[in-house]
Design a protein around this ligand. Sequence first.
Ligand SMILES: C[S@@+](CC[C@H](N)C(=O)[O-])C[C@H]1O[C@@H](n2cnc3c(N)ncnc32)[C@H](O)[C@@H]1O
Length: 229
Amino acid sequence: MRIDIISIFPKMFSAVLDESIIKRAQIKGKLNLFIHDLRDYTLDKHHKVDDRPFGGGSGMVLQVEPIYRALAAVKKKIKGKSRVILLCPQGKKYNQGHAKKLSKCTNLIFICGHYEGIDERVRLHLADEEISIGDYVLTGGELAAMVVVDSLVRLIPGVLGDKNSLNFESFEGNLLEYPQYSRPAQFKNWRVPEVLVSGAHHKIESWRRVQSLKRTGARRPDLLQKNKG
Ligand SMILES: C[S@@+](CC[C@H](N)C(=O)[O-])C[C@H]1O[C@@H](n2cnc3c(N)ncnc32)[C@H](O)[C@@H]1O
């Protein structure tokens, strides 16, 4: 997969995207990631990317022109089709199902907004979809892009060392994952459930299934309803 991210704060990405699974995905050749500074696509000497909103009001708005130019330049480098995603609090709320769909794409381009937002013409004419990572307002789309990229890259086949770990993860089959424990079996007077150290694999499997159902019922009954529907 190829991912391109357009932002006015490109330096924000290295802390997250040059580490851990995303770094490994790049080393393994599963991911080609490119971060583009929107200011590189301006024509004036001050590299201006924003202006005041028409009609008045507070703050600045990212202009359509540099975004148009950045997209055109990025698309030229991409072979085949690409999907343009605008990070936006007014977009469709992101979830694991959405991450799965995106993980099957070949080319994704993310546009990160900032300030008061982005000129509406970017939504109307340049973006294929808008994604919100939740009902709150971030300062910019950079953190949202990192959340989306992280969650979809780990779903690309071959990225995670143990592909089985995806089958038992939260939200798989609309369930939350069972509780996890590791060594020591006892710390202070907190013991791990006996069944987990029994070595009886069938019993462990059914304990985990029951825990997963109980936990989902207690914390996310809405997910269980989806299984019924
Ligand atoms: C301060 S916000 C603009 C909010 C906008 N004035 C509004 O009320 O809808 C600046 C940028 O942060 C990003 N952003 C903020 N919250 C987000 C969220 N929940 N999900 C995705 N992106 C978000 C978007 O790219 C947005 O253009």
